[in-house]
Design a protein around this ligand. Sequence first.
Ligand code: NAD
Ligand code: MG
Length: 383
Amino acid sequence: MRKQITILGSTGSIGTQSLDVVRAQGYSVFGLAAHSNTELLMQQIAQFHPKFVAVVDDAAADRLVRELQGMSHAPILLRGKEGLVNLAAMEESDIVLNAVVGIAGLPATLAAIENGNDVALANKESLVTGGHLVTKAVEEYGVKLLPVDSEHSAIFQCLQDPYSAKSLKKILLTASGGPFFGKTRQELEHVTKQDALRHPNWSMGSKITIDSATLMNKGLELIEAVWLFGLPAKDIEIVVQRQSIIHSMVQFSDNSILAQLGVPDMRIPIQYALTWPERCPGPAPELDFSLLQSITFDKADEETFRCLAACKRAIETGGLAPCAANGANEEAVRLFLEDKIPFLKIGELVEGVLESDSFGGDYSVENVYECDAAARAYVLEHA
Ligand code: NAD
Ligand code: MG
C-alpha cells in the first residue's frame, strides 16, 4: 500500500516542497488544505487527486466549489476552520504534515493526534502555544511527532542511536542570523519590510522570514526544542552558523558532539519526517564541499534582537508565557507587514506582553486561545 499523506498548508513554502517529496516518493495524497490560494490548490488537485480538500476562507471555498463543478473524481470539499480540523482528524491518512502558519495550526495538530494520526510538524507555533497539550496528547494516543523544522530534524537525526540519546547533555541550536546579522539597534531603526524579507539562505513564507530577521524564529525554535527533546532552555545554546550548512548539533555527557549537515533545502527534513525511520533517495542535491569556502560560528546578539531573549524568558516562566509571546509576535508581524509599525517595535511588543502578566500555572486548550487573543489585543493597544 502506498503511504497516504495529508498536507495542511499545501499552498505554502513547506506545503509545495512537501508535494515535491510526495511526488519523488510516489506517495498518495489523501487530503490537502489551504487558506485561500485556490488557483494553486486547483493545480495541486489536478496533479495529486486528493480525496478531500479543506479551504479555510469562505469566499475561497465558494470559488473552489465553482471550479470543481463537472470535474471527474473531484475531491470532497471541507470548509472553514472546522473543515481543516476534520481533515486532520481523518484516520485514513498515515501521516498528517502540518505546514499551516501560526497558532491557526494548533487545533489541527491536536485533532490529528487525538485521532491516532502521526504528525510531521512544520507548524512550530503548535508546540510554542500548546506544548504541554500537544506532548501530553502524543503520549496518551501513542502517535509519533516527527519534526520538520530543519534544526529539530537535525537534532532528531543526531539522536537516532538510543544509547547515545540517553546521555544527551546539551543541544547546539544553529541560527543563520538572518538578513540583519551584525547590525546595531540604531541601524535597524528604519529598515523596511523589503529589507527584512530578504533572507540570505532560505526562501520561506513571509511570517517566518520576518521571524528570522527579528530572531523570534530562533526563540520559537528554542521553545519547540524544549518540548520535543525535554531539555531545559539553559541546556540549549544558540550558535550562529551563517551559511546554514550545519542544521544543529547535540552534545553528549562525554562532551562528544554530533552534527547534521546538508544543503539548505527543506526537502531533506520534510522527507526524513515522511520516510522515518528509513532514509531514501530524494529531490534535494548533494552538498558540494569544494564550493563551500568556510563554515563560520558566531554568538547571537540578544541585546539587539530582543525577541530571542524574550522567548528564553517566556519558556523559563512557563505556563502560557510562550503562547502570549507568540500571539504578540503574530499580531506585530502582521502590523509590520502592513507598514503600520517599525521593525524594532516587534521585539518591544513581545517583551511588553510578557511584562504585562504572570502567565503561570497549568493550562487548558481554552486558556491557550484566550491568552492568544489577549496578547493580540495588547499589541493593538500598544502599537
Ligand atoms: P507560508 O506562508 O508559505 O504557507 C502557509 C500555509 O498555511 C499556506 O498554505 C496557507 O494557505 C496556510 N494558511 C495560512 N493561514 C491559515 C489559516 N488561518 N488556516 C489554515 N491554513 C492557513 O508558510 P511556510 O513558510 O510554509 O511556513 C509554514 C510553517 O512551517 C510555519 O509554522 C513555519 O514556521 C514553519 N517552517 C517553515 C519553514 C520554511 O522553510 N518555509 C522552515 C521551518 C519551519
Ligand atoms: Mg528552522
